[in-house]
Design a protein around this ligand. Structure first.
Ligand code: SF4
Ligand code: SF4
Ligand code: FES
Length: 251
């Protein structure tokens, strides 16, 4: 029997667009998905993002890093016949039969301005800029919506207690996708609250990192200027070689 294309293997190699290069006869398993209400048959094992591209959509928004870091590909979906509204990142989620998908490339949310140089690590800063956090009803919907599996409700509660360290640590892996805020009945914009917490913690409470200070000093003294000037002259091919051969820091 003719060997089928190892789609999963190919995908594991790189989260690239698969709009070309896949021949229908090489696909063993198919699923049916719905994009903005229209049905498409797509190869199983693709990510939601790849499946949408396979279906003919071209992303001009709602796609950035393709690797789970940028938070651009927020997606909501329902499974056929089910009521529950689910969330995912399109570049990180395998497509499933019966998904009704909608992209959310931007989450409209208010963001207060503040000048950290005029602030301090005063715990009341959270309620000063985000008074709505006092309305949290502890429904945990934000946590369930988070594709990063963060304890979102917990970091909002930490903000209410004025615990900057806890907010910073509990929200550290937030990718600002906006899915929590879209589901919150108290109209809280969680990721902006968390960002304020991390900023205050970083500026006023976290002890300076000695190795970073040493590196900044080296840069200011021009230690890397010659390397930088050389990098600007080399071709892309040479740059790739230099990158591959670079000395890596120990973990
Ligand atoms: S969704 Fe909103 S109200 Fe519900 S727990 Fe999260 S922050 Fe609180
Ligand atoms: S906390 Fe909110 S914005 Fe951050 S990753 Fe989770 S759902 Fe996205
Ligand atoms: S494209 Fe960046 S997280 Fe999905």
């Amino acid at each position: 029997m003719e060997k089928k294309l190892d789609v999963i293997g190919e995908i594991k190699k790189a989260s690239k667009s698969v709009t070309t290069g896949i021949d229908e006869k090489d696909i063993e398993y198919w699923v049916e998905i719905y994009i903005m209400g229209k049905g498409y048959k797509v190869p199983a094992a693709l990510t939601v993002m790849q499946a949408m591209e396979y279906a003919g959509y071209r992303f001009t928004r709602a796609c950035g890093c393709r690797a789970g870091f940028c938070g651009a590909c927020s997606t909501i979906y329902r499974m056929k016949g089910e009521y529950k509204l689910l969330t995912c990142m399109a570049c990180q989620t395998r497509v499933e039969d019966g998904m009704f998908l909608v992209q959310i490339p931007f989450a409209p949310a208010d963001k207060p301005s503040y000048d950290l140089d005029k602030e301090s690590a005063d715990p009341s800063i959270f309620l000063k800029y985000f008074p709505e956090i006092a309305r949290c009803v502890s429904c945990n919907t934000c946590t369930k919506a988070c594709p990063q599996d963060l304890e979102v409700m917990d970091y909002i509660q930490s903000a209410l207690r004025g615990d900057f360290k806890a907010v910073a640590e509990e929200s550290f892996d937030c990718i600002q996708c906006g899915l929590c805020a879209m589901r919150c009945p108290a109209e809280i914009v969680h990721y902006n609250v968390a960002q304020l917490g991390r900023r205050v913690y970083g500026k006023f409470l976290n002890p300076p990192e000695k190795s970073v200070e040493a590196r900044v000093k080296e840069i200011e003294e021009g230690k890397f200027n010659k390397d930088r000037d050389n990098f600007l002259k080399v071709s892309e091919k040479e740059m790739r070689k230099l990158y591959a051969e670079r000395v890596r820091e120990a973990d």
